[in-house]
Structure formats: C-alpha cells, structure tokens
Design a protein around this ligand. Structure first.
Ligand code: NAP
Length: 253
C-alpha cells in the first residue's frame, strides 16, 4: 500500500521550514456546502497553522450571483496582505471560472500530488502505459500534461469510453478520478499495476475512494488508500505552491 501520509510529511516539513519565516496569508474560498470541500479546508488550515501561515475562510452561499462572486474575488486579489487565494473547484455551473493572479491551485495541486506520489515511490513513468480515468479541468486534463512531460504514454478515459476494462487491463499505471465508490475492482486491473485513487466519496458518512480497495490490494500492493493517499499529499503540495508564490522569482541574465 502506498502511504500518502509519509510522502506528504516530507513535502510538508520542507515547506513549513521556509514558510515560518514569511508573512503569508491565504484566503480560502468555497461556494456552497459540501463535505469534501469542508474536510479539504480543514486539512489545509491545519497545515497553514503548522507553518504559521495566516488564513481566512470564505464559505459563500451556493446561489451567490456572478456579480457578488466577482466582487469578492476582485477584493481579495487587490488586498495587499493576501498572498494567495485557494478557490475550491469545481465551481457551481452558474459561475464563471475567474482568472486569478494569486491562484494557489495553479499548477493544480491534485495533479501535482499524483506525480509526487509516483516519484516518491520510485515508480518509473517514462514509456509506461498510463490510464487516467476522468477528464476534469482540475485533475484529469492537467495530469495528462504532467505525465506527458514525464514521457509516459497517456490515455484518458471518460464516461463515453467503451469497454473500459480493455484499457484498465493494459495499463501499467491507473489514475482514477471519477467520483464513484468501488468503480475500480481487482478484477479490472493487471497484476502489480500501480493504482492511484483520487476519488472522494462519502458512503453512509464514511470517506472512501473510487477503488474497491480490498479487491484491488489482492492484485497489487501499489495502491493508494482513501483516506491517507492522494488527499494528504495534495494538501502538502498546496504548501509547496505557497512557498513558490512567496519566493522571489529567479531572473535570467
Ligand atoms: P468530475 O469533474 O466530477 O469528473 C468526473 C470524470 O469522471 C468525468 O470526466 C467523467 O466523464 C468521468 N466518468 C464518470 N463516469 C465514468 C465512467 N462510467 N467511466 C469513465 N469515466 C467516467 O471529476 P473531478 O472533479 O476530477 O473529481 C473526481 C473525483 O476526485 C471526485 O471524487 C472528487 O471529489 C475527487 N477529487 C479529489 C481530490 C484530492 O485531492 N484527493 C481533488 C479533486 C477531486 P465525462 O467527462 O464524460 O462526464
């Protein structure tokens, strides 16, 4: 089993060391109330406290108008002491994605976390068949680019993909970001495939990923659990991004 918490600890410790000496302030913004955004905010604020980073949490009403939303974002962007804005995505469909100058999730932290996990486990990506299931703007699409940068051969599956099992069986590395509990079973994958489970689902109030973990682990030891897998690494990558945002930009001569 791939221990996300151990990987997160190292990234976090390095970032905390640097951030303690900076006066960083993060505005966390979410629209509507949902369980996964609330627990993500909780994980982020814990990390910020460890790093002596100040923060404010803005939980906006689900039906906020575009005008009110834009006004808040503009105000945060123009407030000098705010270093970064963490906007929970996806936004409700009636809101347009703002282009944020202070975006803490740019590059997208979850996609980066997946790469960090693979690197930390010394899992070779070059020339490997990587299957990403899910093509969202926040996970699937940016991750495809990062995996291509690692010279992987990338396939993206989505709800229109036919015979998904033909792809899962052939993949060396599977990243599943669908949002359906028990979506990937041991039967669907090959022996010793690497399975990174990005999913966050609440079943009877219990947090679970997109994999049927018990059956997947009988086929491969290289699987991230939920909780304790991608989630903590993502929150650690947020801190690492904040380090980047608070560091002076290198200039080329
Ligand atoms: P999303 O926008 O909800 O999209 C889900 C994707 O799954 C879509 O591309 C959809 O295809 C695809 N899909 C749905 N049913 C499918 C099927 N039967 N076969 C193949 N593909 C199918 O996804 P998201 O925002 O990326 O989130 C995915 C999951 O990751 C959620 O559980 C979310 O909570 C979790 N998440 C976790 C983190 C973290 O840090 N751990 C961060 C972000 C998201 P279409 O495009 O065709 O509809």
């Amino acid at each position: 089993m791939i221990e996300g918490k151990t990987i997160a600890k190292k990234i976090k410790e390095e970032a905390i060391e640097i951030l303690r000496n900076k006066n960083a302030f993060v505005a966390i913004v979410s629209v509507g109330n949902n369980e996964s955004a609330t627990s993500y905010t909780h994980a982020l604020t814990q990390n910020f406290e460890s790093a002596s980073v100040d923060y404010a949490v803005y939980t906006l009403e689900e039906h906020i108008t575009q005008k009110d939303f834009d006004y808040l974002i503009e105000t945060l962007e123009n407030t000098d002491y705010i270093t970064a804005i963490f906007l929970h995505r996806p936004l409700p469909k009636h809101l347009k994605e703002p282009s944020l100058r202070k975006d803490l999730d740019n590059p997208p932290c979850t996609a980066t976390a997946v790469i960090e996990i693979l690197k930390a486990q010394n899992i070779e990506m070059q020339s490997k068949n990587c299957l990403i299931i899910g093509r969202s703007e926040i996970v699937g699409k940016p991750l495809s680019r990062l995996l291509l940068d690692e010279n992987a051969t990338v396939t993206i599956a989505h709800s229109y993909t036919k015979n998904l099992q033909n792809f899962t069986k052939k993949a060396d590395i599977i990243i599943v970001a669908v949002g359906k509990a028990n979506f990937i079973t041991g039967e669907a994958i090959s022996e010793n495939a690497v399975v990174i489970d990005v999913g966050i689902n609440y079943v009877d109030g219990k947090l679970t990923g997109d994999c049927d973990f018990q059956s997947v682990i009988t086929k491969t030891p290289y699987v991230t659990p939920v909780p304790g897998g991608v989630g903590p690494v993502t929150s650690a990558v947020v801190l690492a991004n904040l380090v980047e945002m608070t560091s002076p930009k290198k200039t080329t001569q």
